[in-house]
Design a binder for this molecule. Structure first.
Ligand SMILES: Cc1cc2nc3c(=O)[nH]c(=O)nc-3n(C[C@H](O)[C@H](O)[C@H](O)COP(=O)(O)OP(=O)(O)OC[C@H]3O[C@@H](n4cnc5c(N)ncnc54)[C@H](O)[C@@H]3O)c2cc1C
Length: 418
């Protein structure tokens, strides 16, 4: 019997494992996929370049994963998020630092933040009708939700994830690799898809699809909100009504990427700035594109909402054609398809049964919480953090806090870690 079994080897699960290791407890990680990382996964191209299939930036000030990069000696650079351009009405213009700020009715925002006014839909924060559309586009491109789903204004106002952030040398995979190594590769059981978690007299019994069975004193479940809501894992006793109500206030946003590697000479000849971010607002739906990401000759086209789901079946050739169509209005990128050096990559985060979407979004009036303990099972991951919701930072903080809850429930004192 293990002290703790962790379901999922994403950022939350690996952070939790390191916390268990520090506390001197025995633990195992059961991971459904054939590699760790979850939605923070990278892939090497034939050129040797590494691209991020999911998370790319460590957003926000005080991101807890920066300390981990420093501890491992992994390099990174800062994308200040200043090279933001807006393609609208047939023109490309640089957005000011305050492009989103000017869209907001600040009196109403202050009242909501201080609790004097109730939470509302993000779009209702608009300072004027034009700003309403800008906030609707933001909800789609940032949260991955399209109408009738609208994010909570309060979460938008309190979220510490800000555009841009740290970009990791070697991609998210470099960090995941080091965390997995430190957690102990022999303790991570890949291709082990958990189907049932049941409390019994002798502990918590965990059953996997391959027939394997496990026994632990406590379980940490880090599967995404989409996985939790899909009921692909049965819990005994069943999740409480209160927990179901909590989950009903959150929805899974849909975001996919088309990643295209170009000849570096193309971007250099066009003088494309490093980390150029373009909001393409003329199309229906709008798109977000990140070019020259981290100084690499890579174009990342973000496709959100219903459209994210539609592109999932595309072949690399179809995905390239799609990107050409979306980027046609951007004069500086015209002809990029003649300088592509490897097949386009299309992610499939919605169809993936172990993510079922990109990340969670909080609905108006609902409230997120930190990790939740239901009997002997602690639920944590990017859905369960209020400071950096729906991000790798949130997953890290939640995995750490969730592990501490489980460790303390076993009567072990947790040493404070900065
Ligand atoms: C396209 C995209 C772009 C993003 N961009 C950013 C960004 O720039 N910055 C940022 O901070 N965040 C970003 N995110 C969000 C970020 O990737 C996630 O918030 C974070 O990685 C979640 O980590 P986690 O450990 O909570 O969950 P996950 O990464 O989902 O880890 C959960 C793990 O559990 C496993 N699992 C699920 N079900 C089972 C089961 N039944 N049995 C066993 N294992 C199971 C999964 O395979 C997975 O490995 C992005 C996400 C996407 C999809």
């Amino acid at each position: 019997m293990e002290d703790i079994i962790i379901v999922g080897a994403g950022i939350a699960g690996l952070t939790a494992a390191l916390e268990c290791k520090r506390a001197g407890l025995s633990y195992r990680i059961l991971e459904a996929c054939d590699q760790p990382g979850g939605r923070a996964r990278s892939r090497s191209l034939s050129s040797g370049r590494v691209i991020d299939l999911g998370a790319h930036w460590l957003h926000g000030e005080g991101n807890p994963l920066q300390a981990e990069l420093d501890r491992y000696g992994i390099g990174y650079r800062r994308d200040t998020g200043e090279a933001i351009y807006i393609q609208e009405n047939g023109e490309l213009r640089q957005a000011g630092d305050d492009w989103l700020d000017t869209a907001i009715d600040h009196d109403r925002a202050d009242a909501i933040k201080s609790g004097q006014a109730p939470d509302c839909a993000l779009t209702e924060l608009a300072a004027n009708p034009e700003a309403h559309r800008m906030l609707a586009d933001f909800a789609l491109l940032w949260d991955g939700v399209d109408p009738p789903v609208v994010p909570s204004a309060l979460e938008f106002l309190s979220d510490e994830n800000t555009p841009g952030g740290l970009e990791i040398e070697g991609g998210m995979g470099a960090l995941i690799g080091r965390m997995a190594e430190e957690a102990g590769l022999a303790r991570i059981h890949l291709r082990t898809s958990v189907s049932r978690v049941a409390e019994a007299d002798d502990g918590v019994r965990i059953q996997a699809m391959d027939g394997s069975q496990w026994l632990a004193r406590r379980v940490l479940f880090t599967g995404s909100l989409g996985v939790l809501k899909s009921n692909m894992v049965t819990f005994q006793p069943p999740l409480s009504g209160d927990f179901h109500e909590h989950l009903a206030g959150l929805v899974m946003g849909r975001v996919n990427k088309i990643v295209i590697e170009c000849d570096p000479a193309f971007l250099a000849a066009r003088e494309i700035p490093v980390d150029m971010a373009i909001e393409l607002l003329d199309g229906d739906p709008p798109h977000f594109c990140h070019v020259h990401s981290g100084g690499e000759p890579v174009i990342q086209l973000y496709v959100a909402g219903r459209q994210a789901e539609r592109i999932e079946g595309m072949t690399p050739a179809e995905a390239l054609d799609y990107a050409v169509g979306v980027l046609r209005p951007v004069a500086a990128l015209r002809g990029f398809d003649m300088h592509v050096v490897s097949p386009a990559i299309v992610t499939r985060w919605v169809a993936n049964p172990y993510s079922r979407g990109a990340y969670s979004c909080c609905l108006p009036g609902a409230k997120r919480s930190g990790p939740r303990m239901e009997g002997a099972v602690v639920f944590c991951g990017d859905t369960f953090d209020t400071r950096f919701p729906a991000s790798v930072a949130g997953a890290c903080l939640s995995g750490r806090a969730g592990a501490r809850m489980a460790i303390e429930a076993l009567g072990v004192k947790v040493a404070e870690v900065a």
